[in-house]
Ligand binder design. Structure first.
Ligand code: UD1
Ligand code: UDP
Length: 354
């Protein structure tokens, strides 16, 4: 078997987490170079994940930073192209659905470098989400499409993408299996904030469709105001900035503990001890399911439809009463394992070698 030269493009928080298990597996036999686009750059949105998850230091840092979609994606595209022309990799590897994903995939496809897409085939069927555009475009220019679920495979089949489409399970599940015990041993986040097992709800909100709509984010806060229990909210910088812009004050919400974004080990600890998780994150919905913690998703659609079985995850949109009812609803789902066996990275590398 030939040694492969792969360039991985990552740039946003969930991509660092997804890359950790795959990078570890790839580097056993192959050469990987990492491009960090710089889409996320605060130390607690980027560096902390490289340190905690032992992700190799990026070989290239594009330092693109924040910006409107066109400018951000365009700058990444131009810089990635230069590197690909110079490095001539066998494959270009991207994860998920961010602007970094699309930039990497487009740059490579135009240079006829085969694109590997991990977490392919997800759809919300809502083209107002920037992520939906990024996923569709990336899937349609990819050569190898590694899907986390059967639903993702079906979605691709429905768009006539059938070649090299493989269900390998979810690399985020690999990351949880690998890191859960490490997190429990190392994290002190519960004692730092005086939190008790199952004594609080965990909140994460960052979707543009919620944060960039004054009424929607206002409704979400109104619901939090009426949930009496302790609520812990590691706040995403997008959300923090938007709340400031709208003049919404969080200190009027009772029992709300607002903290900066946390590292992955603290996050796994917060998730696993939470009574409920209230989120609009894709990754956090799944982790709630992996940890068997009931989830309330503050969105109108989810790509992770499997998690909705038996109300393990309840989709509520931004209706105040729906959010409150779902948080107080007693559920006891069976949490069927649907996201692989924790060895997705190995399956991906095996498939590429074949
Ligand atoms: C991006 C992805 C989204 C993913 C999320 C993960 C796109 C279109 N969106 O959304 O799919 O779910 O990452 O968290 O790619 N900011 C900082 N510091 C940082 C990063 C961001 O202050 O380190 C602030 C900036 O004001 C920036 C805003 O957050 O404008 C949004 O960042 P951006 O990367 O554009 O989008 P996310 O909402 O993070
Ligand atoms: N996460 C984290 N710290 C936080 C919030 C989230 O480590 O303060 C992790 C979370 O455990 C999951 C991933 O970030 O693995 C999800 O990323 P995010 O919610 O930013 O994006 P999405 O999955 O919605 O694209």
């Amino acid at each position: 078997m030939n040694t492969l030269k792969i360039i991985t493009v990552i740039g946003a928080r969930p991509q660092f987490i997804k890359a950790a298990p795959v990078s570890r597996e790839l580097r056993k036999k192959h050469t990987e170079l990492i491009i960090h686009t710089g889409q996320h750059y605060d130390p607690n949105m980027s560096d902390i994940f490289f340190e905690e998850l032992h992700i190799p230091k990026p070989d290239f840092h594009l330092e693109v930073g924040s910006g409107n979609h066109g400018k951000q994606t365009g700058e990444m595209l131009a810089k990635i192209e230069e590197i690909l022309v110079a490095e001539k990799p066998d494959y270009l590897l991207v994860y998920g659905d961010t602007n970094s994903t699309l930039a990497g995939a487009l740059a490579a496809a135009k240079l006829h470098i085969p694109v590997i897409h991990i977490e392919a085939g997800l759809r919300s069927f809502n083209k107002k989400m920037p992520e939906e555009i990024n996923r569709i475009m990336t899937d349609h220019v990819s050569e190898y499409l590694f899907c986390p679920t059967e639903t993702a495979i079906e979605n691709l089949h429905n768009e006539n993408i059938r070649h090299n489409v493989i269900n390998v399970g979810d690399v985020m599940y690999d990351a949880v299996v690998y890191n859960k015990k490490i997190a429990m041993d190392k994290s002190t986040i519960l004692s730092t904030h005086n939190l008790k097992d199952k004594g609080y709800h965990l909140i994460t909100i960052h979707r543009a469709e919620n944060t960039d709509d004054r009424e929607k984010i206002g409704n979400i806060l109104a619901a939090f105001e009426r949930i009496e229990e302790v609520k812990v909210w590691p706040i995403h910088p997008r959300t923090k900035n938007k709340l400031k812009e709208y003049g919404f004050k969080l200190d009027e919400i009772p029992n709300l503990v607002v903290i900066d974004p946390v590292g992955y080990l603290d996050m796994l600890t917060l998730e696993s001890h939470a009574k409920k998780i209230i989120t609009d994150s894709g990754g956090v919905q799944k982790e709630a399911y992996f940890m068997e913690v009931p989830c309330v998703t503050v969105r109108e659609q989810t790509e992770w439809v499997e998690t909705l079985a038996e109300d393990a995850n309840i989709l509520v949109g931004t209706d105040v009463e729906k959010i409150i009812n779902a948080v107080y609803k007693e559920v006891s789902p069976s949490y069927t394992p649907l996201f692989g066996d924790g060895n997705s990275a190995e399956k991906i590398v095996d498939s590429l070698e074949k």
